[in-house]
Design a protein around this ligand. Sequence first.
Ligand code: NAD
Ligand code: DAU
Length: 355
Amino acid sequence: MILVTGGAGFIGANFVLDWLAQSDEALINLDKLTYAGNRENLATLAGDPRHIFVHGDIGDSQLTASLLAQYQPRAIVNFAAESHVDRSIHGPEDFIQTNIVGSFHLLEATRAYWGTLADPARQGFRFLHVSTDEVYGSLRSDEAAFSETHAYEPNSPYSASKAASDHLVRAYHHTYGLPVLTTNCSNNYGPYHFPEKLIPLMIVNALAGKALPVYGDGQQIRDWLYVKDHCTAIRRVLEAGRPGETYNVGGWNEQPNLDIVHTVCQLLDELHPRADGRPYREQITTVADRPGHDRRYAIDARKIENELGWKPAETFATGIRKTVLWYLENQKWVHNVQSGSYRDWVEKNYGEREK
Ligand code: NAD
Ligand code: DAU
């Protein structure tokens, strides 16, 4: 049994679905169901006894303590976070509460629980914290990609809050010996990505005939990784990572935002041409830049490759095609997110049986 937090969000849901597709080990999925949490992502698990969904907050120490005592998980994978940089600029407080205070309470509950375990469960226990490349700050075009020893220089309230949680996780290992692992991953894309982030927003807006808003000059560079490759990396680190270590995860795929948007437009031109026959790229508009916008991220993923033998299975070409196809085939999911009706999904699908 493992405990996953934030498993109704984009990466967490992909992780939960992959986990249960590959193993019969049950998991508890603790999620607060913020705007980003969507139980419809987990619809295929309805009635599956291996998936124990708990609606709750990682900052609720009583709840986490009782879940740990009841289910005695061998590991915790902490995805739960406020994750959208733009939202952190408009309203940082939720980011401080969940990413810093919430992670602290979860670590405290974990430390207390871990202290109750006897060997071999105590030795084998792992707390895996899912973090981001954004904690390292911005790279100049001539700088080497982020390695695990790169200094932390977070620039947004989001990245600062994730950096703080990474430091707490590190401190719980150093001070208390808690067997922690941290992964710092680049930009993910793929199924169930909430359509306020770049790639899903461009697909959804393009299909709706809306503008495709590119911030500033569109030359900001990100490294993009297909979400299922991130999930494989997390499973591999959980299985074989060395306690106390951090592992950078990336796709060796640096691209300027404008190129990403052009690729999405070209795929839509091919797979779902506009009714008027015009190219989707005509919908691209430039808008004001994000305040404090980081110019470039790049991940050096050699440590996880060399130590743990992990490599991404998808190239950007294969992953982005799968992603565009997924959005074309799942327009009902998009509609439910946009209309807000995904919030009622549990009510509609389970009635009073489960909430
Ligand atoms: P997301 O916003 O899609 O999902 C976050 C999930 O956490 C949601 O289901 C939400 O309901 C839940 N949650 C939020 N606050 C909570 C709380 N206090 N208690 C319990 N649950 C809570 O995020 P995502 O894109 O899936 O990212 C997951 C993790 O991976 C985050 O920690 C993020 O920092 C990290 N990450 C994301 C990316 C990316 O490209 N999306 C890249 C690297 C790292
Ligand atoms: O690098 C990993 C991070 O990637 C994760 O830690 C975050 O949780 C995740 O949200 C993501 O952050 P970004 O800010 O990079 O993602 P976003 O999709 O918001 O933006 C990607 C790039 O595209 C960024 O440079 C801003 C730009 N952008 C974004 C949007 C939404 C636009 O130009 N236009 C847009 O409308």
